[in-house]
Design a protein around this ligand. Structure first.
Ligand code: SF4
Length: 304
């Protein structure tokens, strides 16, 4: 009940107060505190949002990107591995999840995207299937892409950044192909802002506290190269390590091998607990509502 009230308050206030105002920050803090209880609740497969990344690099490169895309030169998903992981995820979940998301990086950069969409739909015939994109390439996408979206009932979920894209034109094309267009998070209300989610290089954070105050934990899962992760931070930290010459350690207790897992129950049970990696996340010092900027590839965008 309490949870619903704070969620409703945040939804209401985010329409009328600036993100960087004191009142919004207090409400956001309340919202995270209230939701922190649900972080530790075991999810049903039918409520899971599962992401597959078609490309880990990006044509925009936001400051402090949660997937570390500015640190990635170019990396497309290997299509055979991706297909195998989709099929295995479908096998484990019986093809029933909350939402299946093709994301990145920027997924539209992957020329094999139509084939990926078709295969994803064949594995999950009746589930919500969406692409999350910054929209920069939408006007130039081929008819093959739009038809794949139409034929496989893909929703294009656009994150509205303060950049120059022709939204009216994009709406026109989507409508001509009868493809659903939606907005990611609350970017239907306001353009994207940024958050600073500091990584603690010393790894001395309380894992339970970090996990409970985290907006990613036990919420939107990433499947990549045969593993399922609770967040993009763990899934992609190798890019950060390589780019900034750091050594954040991912252990076998930070993810599950989807080919070794015997059931989805085993996965959902694992995901509702803090991971050892959470010791690197200083969620209590998270700052939201920052103006959007392109990354300068400076380590201070991610670490304290
Ligand atoms: S490592 Fe833990 S605290 Fe950090 S983003 Fe992932 S789930 Fe959240």
């Amino acid at each position: 009940m309490k949870n619903n009230i704070s969620n409703r308050l945040v939804r209401f206030f985010r329409k009328i107060v600036p993100y960087n105002s004191r009142i919004f920050r207090i409400l956001y803090y309340m919202y995270i505190r209230q939701n922190s209880i649900s972080r530790l609740k075991k999810k049903k497969a039918a409520d899971m949002e599962i992401q597959f990344h078609a490309a880990d690099h990006c044509n925009l490169g936001c400051k402090g990107c949660d997937a570390f895309a500015p640190a990635v030169k170019e990396c497309f998903a290997d299509i055979e591995t991706l297909k195998k992981d989709l099929a295995r995820t479908a096998e484990l979940t019986g093809g029933i999840v909350g939402t299946l998301t093709i994301s990145g990086g920027e997924p539209l950069l992957n020329p094999q995207l139509p084939e990926i969409l078709e295969y994803a739909r064949s594995c999950f015939p009746n589930q919500k299937l969406q692409i999350i994109t910054n929209g920069l390439l939408l006007e130039r996408m081929s008819a093959k892409f739009w038809l794949a979206c139409k034929d496989n009932q893909i929703i294009i979920s656009l994150t509205r950044y303060p950049i120059n894209i022709n939204l009216e034109k994009i709406k026109e094309i989507a409508s001509a192909y009868s493809v659903g267009l939606a907005y990611q998070d609350d970017t239907d209300i306001r353009e994207k802002t940024l958050a600073f989610n500091p990584l603690d290089l010393s790894g001395k954070q309380d894992i339970k506290k970090s996990y409970r105050l985290c907006f990613m934990s036990n919420r939107s899962f990433v499947v990549e190269n045969g593993r399922i992760y609770t967040c993009t931070i763990i899934a992609h930290i190798d890019y950060f390590n390589k780019f900034f010459n750091q050594n954040f350690v991912v252990s076998e207790r930070d993810y599950i091998d989807i080919y070794k897992a015997e059931s989805i129950d085993e996965i959902t049970d694992f995901m509702c607990r803090p991971m050892p990696f959470c010791r690197y996340c200083d969620k209590k010092n998270r700052v939201s509502g920052l103006d959007w900027e392109v990354s300068k590839k400076d380590i201070r965008e991610w670490a304290e």
